[in-house]
Design a binder for this molecule. Structure first.
Ligand SMILES: Nc1ncnc2c1ncn2[C@@H]1O[C@H](COP(=O)(O)OP(=O)(O)OP(=O)(O)O)[C@@H](O)[C@H]1O
Length: 582
């Protein structure tokens, strides 16, 4: 062994002969030896050299060699200390051993005894060092494992053979919805926790078969009443001899993933339409059935139920999708204008007809024309349309040359056309020509189950538009949305979510962010009591600022009609933006 690596010994004794003989014997036996005459020099040496063995006299002038034991403890050295005593009193020796000395030697010291004690102490020190190293290694490993445990988002729980929990990570508390540290030491079945109870069968099977078990999707109702979906993996914990020590359980929260999977699978085979209700599936079936035909379609249903979207899907699924689809909102044009828009005109056909104009029917030759709000057209236009439907021919305004087109007609109305026919406001023959296939759009109140999907869809849409981290509706809002009748259907729901996005500054939309008209309808008394004029004015101002004082958009976002908005603006004297707002 090189001198550098030789075991280090400190000898503290006020007798020079002892120091001399100890040093000589020990150096000859391969140790590095430092000697001290006094306790203070000895302690200083210990501090500096961290020896492997210490020999110290008990009586050091006025000092007591037992103080060395205190120093060794203080420095956490685990160095064996051998006490040297000139008085072979059992009391002093046993006191020293009781206080932690490794051994004691009585003067006069014989060389062989010294070397034997030194070797035994050194062996003891090496064993202690080894144990310390192993403990440190174990601690490091444990810390490493703890860090892995803590950083995993899945719940990890280890149990012994009697299903008593040995350890669990933080995610286990979150997923199983229990207080921090509430799991450790408890028997799984005694906890009566819905999440853990649903894992019980898998744990038992693992303990019994000593094989890893996996359950892909397990549904249960969590402690807070919400439905959850988890996947479970349970592996046996075995000793190096193959003896069962228990099991390790990994629980993954699949609730959101499952929801998104449902969205993808069940919501809609189309890109625009959201909904997985039976009524919407009937609509999807009809759209698919219409894909290979040129049949005229009449889409009926209340306002905001998605008639425009359905028309677009019909066109895009048909062989005409490479050609144009033109939408004409029949109610927005006067009779003359509508005729010229649909069929075109020649120069000079009427005052203002400065040049020839191609009509929309011709524009979407080989494509589709979507006649929205067909119930609003005049009797004259009804007759002209009937002739187009019968002959696929028309004449431009001011011209007599017939023009042939190959255009598919899709019409929509929120009126009950049968009633209009009965009242003689709509031609019966046109009604039957249009109504070759009718798609009835269900009102939202008849498919409440689609509301969470639609809300999720609109949240994603407005997250991008408003760049806000809003991710959900509170349970209270969702419950109220399900109870509400939605007279404006999906359009009203979309506006309600957009309104909330404007006002909400947290991650969750609460009742306070919902348009007053919906709140009024849901809980008229409560709402009237809670919305103070100052709150209403603040809400009004906030939305006006967001929309740049655009009144139509503000009314829409607030979910109120324009006259109502104007009344409110007058009430709070907000007709014009303050000078510093614009
Ligand atoms: N099933 C749906 N999925 C996603 N969005 C929808 C759905 N139905 C309607 N919407 C949305 O609601 C709004 C109104 O839809 P759309 O204009 O198609 O309704 P409509 O029945 O044609 O209304 P109106 O009779 O007033 O013209 C649009 O913003 C549309 O994107």
């Amino acid at each position: 062994m090189s001198v550098k690596n030789a075991p280090r010994v400190v000898v503290i004794d006020d007798e020079e002969s002892i120091r001399y003989s100890f040093k000589t014997f020990l150096v000859n036996d391969g140790y590095q030896v430092d000697c001290a005459e006094t306790l203070s020099v000895g302690l200083e040496l210990i501090h500096r050299r961290f020896p492997d063995i210490i020999f110290t006299d008990i009586l050091l002038g006025d000092d007591n060699g037992l103080k060395v034991l205190e120093k060794v403890r203080e420095l956490q050295l685990y160095t064996p200390v051998i006490m040297i005593t000139g008085q072979p009193s059992i009391d002093t020796a046993s006191e020293a051993v009781r206080l932690g000395a490794y051994d004691y030697m009585v003067k006069p010291i014989i060389k062989d005894t010294l070397l034997r004690v030194a070797r035994s102490a050194l062996k003891n020190k090496q064993l202690i060092d080894e144990r310390e190293k192993l403990t440190a290694e174990k601690d490091r490993y444990r810390n490493h494992l703890d860090a892995v445990f803590a950083s995993v988002n899945d719940a990890i729980i280890t149990v012994d053979n009697s299903r008593r929990i040995i350890a669990s990570n933080h995610a286990a508390n979150t997923i199983c919805q229990v207080e921090e540290n509430a799991l450790r030491g408890c028997k799984i079945d005694a906890l009566n926790n819905p999440c853990l109870m649903s894992c019980l069968g898998t744990i038992d099977a693992t303990l019994e078969k000593r094989e890893a078990m996996h359950v892909d999707k397990k549904e249960f109702i969590a402690s807070n009443g919400t439905p959850m979906v988890i996947s479970i993996t349970c592996s046996p914990l075995l000793s190096s001899h193959g003896k069962s020590l228990g099991a390790a359980l990994v629980v993954k929260d699949m609730t959101r993933l499952d929801f998104l999977e449902t969205l993808v699978k069940e919501s809609s085979p189309f890109t625009r339409l959201i909904g997985h209700s039976l009524k919407m599936h009937k609509v999807y079936d009809l759209i698919r059935a219409l894909a290979d035909t040129d049949a005229t379609v009449l889409i009926t249903g209340e306002t905001g139920t998605g008639k425009n979207l359905v028309a677009r899907e019909i066109h895009e699924l048909s062989r005409r999708c490479q050609h144009t689809m033109v939408t004409v909102r029949c109610s927005s044009l006067s009779e003359n204008l509508l005729e010229s828009e649909l069929f075109g005109h020649v120069k000079g056909a009427f005052t203002g007809a400065m040049k020839d104009k191609i009509g929309r029917f011709q524009l979407c030759d080989k494509g589709s024309i979507f006649l929205d709000e067909i119930g609003e057209i005049s009797p004259v236009m009804q007759l002209k349309l009937l002739s187009v439907l019968q002959d696929r021919e028309f004449e431009r305004v001011g011209d007599t040359t017939p023009i042939r087109v190959d255009t598919r007609i899709i019409a929509a109305t929120n009126k009950n056309l049968k009633d209009e026919v009965k009242k003689k406001d709509f031609r019966e023959d046109l009604y039957y020509r249009l109504n070759v296939v009718e798609i009835k759009m269900p009102p939202l109140r008849e498919r409440h189950g689609d509301i969470p999907l639609l809300v999720n869809h609109f949240i994603t849409k407005f997250q991008q538009r408003y760049n806000k981290p809003i991710t959900a509706l509170s349970n209270e809002v969702m419950q109220n949305f399900t109870a509400y009748q939605w007279p404006g259907n999906v359009r009203e729901l979309e506006h309600a979510v957009e309104h909330a996005f404007v006002l909400c500054r947290t991650e969750t939309i609460e009742m306070e962010h919902i348009p007053c008209e919906i709140k009024d309808a849901l809980m008229p008394d409560l709402h009237r009591r809670t919305v103070s004029p100052s709150m209403e004015k603040e809400e009004l101002l906030s939305v006006l600022k967001k929309t740049g004082w655009n009144k139509a958009k503000t009314a829409r976002l607030l979910g109120v009609s324009r006259p109502t908005l104007y009344r409110k603006l007058e009430k709070y004297q907000l007709e014009d933006p303050p000078q510093d707002t614009v």
